[in-house]
Design a protein around this ligand. Structure first.
Ligand code: TYM
Length: 331
């Protein structure tokens, strides 16, 4: 079975961008691949994080993934920081990664432009991501479009390592969903927790509506009587993921003919969206009542991940000519 790897940050919220862009695919692909999924708490350290809530957020993200349908009988689910080999392989990969490649990463440029003091973690973030994937020799990586550049760098790191030290790693391919870039409720930027333009999938229907109601629509529609153009409207794009096709056509012609207002169009989206997530919300509530279960899943996941990770790092150390140590590597 081909091995697949992907990760998500413990941002405190699984939003519809994450869900449509990646997690929906994670759930599907666990049926046909040997899937390994990771909550990347080490990556979170490169941004703004609060030590008082980091572990809670990590658990919450794991719970949300399980509620979405990640099945521990089919996939390995674990926390990145529970497998120290991620950090070790990252350091090793730093030795084959040109700094210029890291400086030209779009996410680094965007994030560093928003910060006064730029920490090193932000720069070497994609090297850690390459280590995540290659530690498990993952060949397929389901992600949203924003991660494609990091995947290109992962392939380059694999190539450089293989050239210098001998064939070791595959060159993993990104797997995009049909919703590879969900735009936020501001109608401008990618949906992202750090931009405050998200809707969380576990939110109550009331809270979803509070966010959808003021969301950006086609700017041509100042009044209900103004004809709109659905292809210019992010709300209509979202209908594409939640509303049956025949209703989408009705909505599009009603928008063009100005017989439906943006408010009513959003009401339909809200109903379909909150119905879609209702079973996930229910499963999440059940999981909240058994926190020990989530911890057990993560412990078992870390143990399975660690045994693969140790093997890879052992092979890498040997290929790089490092002195072996008989007493290292135990629990
Ligand atoms: P993160 O935590 O920002 O996002 C998790 C996944 O959700 C996708 N995504 C989106 N897709 C479509 N539209 C959006 N608006 C949107 N926002 C987020 C992301 O592309 C991602 O697939 N660096 C990664 C985490 C990571 C990782 C890895 C991923 C660490 N190691 C190894 C793959 C393989 C990140 O910050 O994703």
């Amino acid at each position: 079975m081909t091995r697949l790897f992907s990760g998500i940050q413990p941002s405190g919220e699984l939003h519809i961008g994450n869900f449509l862009g990646a997690i929906h695919n994670w759930v599907e692909l666990q049926n046909t691949y040997e899937a390994i999924y990771c909550v990347v708490d080490l990556h979170a350290l490169s941004g703004d994080f609060d030590p008082a809530i980091l572990s809670e957020r990590t658990l919450t993200m794991a719970r949300h993934l399980l509620a979405c349908g990640i099945d521990p009988d089919k996939s390995v689910l674990f926390v990145q920081g529970h497998v120290p080999e991620h950090a070790e392989l990252m350091w090793i990969f730093c030795s084959v990664t040109p700094i210029g490649e890291l400086e030209r990463m779009t996410q680094f440029k965007d994030k560093s432009a928003r910060q006064l003091s730029i920490n090193t973690g932000l720069l070497i973030y994609p090297v850690l991501q390459a280590a995540d994937i290659l530690l498990y020799k993952g060949e397929v990586v389901p992600v949203g479009e924003d991660q494609v550049q990091h995947l290109e760098l992962t392939r380059e790191i694999a190539r450089k390592f293989n050239t210098r030290f001998g064939p070791t790693f595959p060159e993993p391919a990104s797997r995009l969903s049909t919703a590879k870039r969900i735009v936020g409720l501001d109608g401008q930027a990618k949906m992202s927790k750090s931009l405050g333009n998200t809707i969380g999938i576990i939110e109550s229907p009331e809270s979803m509506w509070d966010k959808l109601r003021p969301a950006f629509t086609d700017p041509a529609r100042q009044r209900k009587s103004d004809p709109g153009e659905p292809t210019r409207c992010n709300i209509f794009t979202l209908h594409g993921y939640f509303t049956p096709a025949e209703n989408q056509n009705e909505i599009a012609s009603a928008c063009r003919g100005a017989t439906i207002g943006c408010f009513d169009c959003k009401k339909i989206l809200h109903k379909n969206m909150s119905d879609r997530f209702e079973p996930i919300r229910q499963r999440e509530a059940e999981l909240q009542s058994k926190p020990g279960y989530v911890v057990d899943v993560l412990e078992a996941g870390a143990s399975a991940a660690r045994s693969i990770a140790r093997q890879t790092v052992g092979e890498v150390r040997e290929k790089m000519g490092m002195l072996p140590c008989q007493t290292a590597g135990g629990d």
